[in-house]
Design a protein around this ligand. Structure first.
Ligand SMILES: *Cc1c(COP(=O)(O)O)cnc(C)c1O
Length: 328
């Protein structure tokens, strides 16, 4: 089967992959590259660009005028979706967890400025949104308010998103010309990780750092996602295959909480001062923190060549900077 190189593939190849000088890693004989997906688009940052690509294609193919999705007040996913909708002339509806605050977060302000209709629902209804029995007809009531729409699940976690993320794996392999041993990334739903695993050859290992506080079933979701893509037969070809993978928990630093433990804040400012690379507080910060800890534990042998994905999310720094107790 030959691969059809569409616009997403071409775009993915324009993403810089930069070698990072970072003492704690280099002194162990390990080389580290950062794939700068934070630069793939100004507003549709990082992995969200890949996860939305085929979803938005499906929106157009099914002739939908509107897309609805879900997220919290600082959601990178809603932010990217609102921007994409604005660019493509597709209306967007963001279902947001919790009461509408007096002062919108910078994330939601942007989304609203891009024309996203924000619909706030209680935390209880939000939790039941994925459960058809507990749904309370949420989507039905949304349709009665807004008319018909295409639904992208929370965090963009669906097969179209995994298919998009597989392009990231393909781009890593292509740009590095195979000269690397490992890929690291940060996981929220694991959707991106599932795609990257499917896009890489079996000789590579993907290490995912979970930012979730609870153990959850991310591992089985990833396995399911990979299988879904394999069944679809859209991505596999003779040169790809499934990379080995491992999910690491323990570096969540409080999960999605808006306040970081002090040791993590220290790590953040030290890392940025040393490397000049800016991180987002929810995902990439925790991945680099986890990488530094695993390196300390000799997790990777000397000679390892690691590609770490900067999955974007820098817009989320704004909520942190406004916290009086947090100074970068
Ligand atoms: C959404 C997001 C992730 C998590 O992606 P999943 O596919 O849900 O695992 C990682 N990094 C950043 C910056 C994100 O915005």
């Amino acid at each position: 089967m030959s691969l059809i190189l569409d616009e997403l593939h071409h775009r993915a190849l324009t993403v810089p992959v930069q070698e990072l000088t970072w003492k704690c890693v280099n002194e162990r004989g390990i080389r580290l590259w950062v794939r700068r997906d934070d630069l793939i688009d100004v507003h549709q940052s990082g992995n969200k660009f890949y996860k939305l690509f085929y979803n938005l294609q499906a929106v157009r193919q099914t002739a939908h005028q509107q897309v609805l999705s879900f997220g919290g007040g600082y959601s990178n996913h809603l932010h990217a979706l609102a921007s994409a909708g604005y660019e493509l002339g597709i209306s967007t509806i963001g279902v947001v967890r919790g009461e509408r605050p007096l002062q919108l977060s910078p994330t939601l302000k942007d989304a609203e400025n891009w024309g996203m209709k924000l619909h706030f629902i209680s935390r209880a209804s939000y939790r039941s949104k994925d459960n058809p029995l507990g749904d309370d007809g949420l989507l039905a009531s949304m349709r009665s308010i807004y008319g018909d729409f295409f639904v992208v699940p929370e965090g963009g976690a669906n097969l179209a998103a995994i298919r998009g993320a597989a392009v990231m794996g393909w781009a890593i392999q292509t740009q590095m010309q195979g000269a690397y041993t490992d890929v690291c990334l940060a996981c929220g739903t694991g959707t991106t990780m599932a795609g990257v695993i499917a896009g890489l050859p079996p000789s590579k290992t993907v290490t995912g750092f979970s930012v979730l506080k609870g153990e959850g079933d991310m591992g089985s979701q990833i396995a399911k996602g990979i299988q879904g893509l394999v069944n679809e037969k859209t991505y596999q070809d003779s040169e790809s295959g499934l990379a080995k993978w491992r999910l690491i928990s323990g570096y969540h630093g409080g999960g999605y909480a808006r306040k970081l433990p002090e040791k993590l804040r220290d790590f953040w400012s030290n890392f940025e001062a040393e490397t000049g690379l800016m991180l987002d507080p929810v995902y990439t910060l925790k991945m680099f923190w986890g990488i530094s800890k695993l390196v300390q534990q000799n997790y990777w042998p000397p000679g390892s060549r690691i590609v770490a994905v900067h999955s974007g999310g820098l817009q989320g720094r704004r909520g942190f900077q406004s916290q009086a107790d947090f100074e970068l």
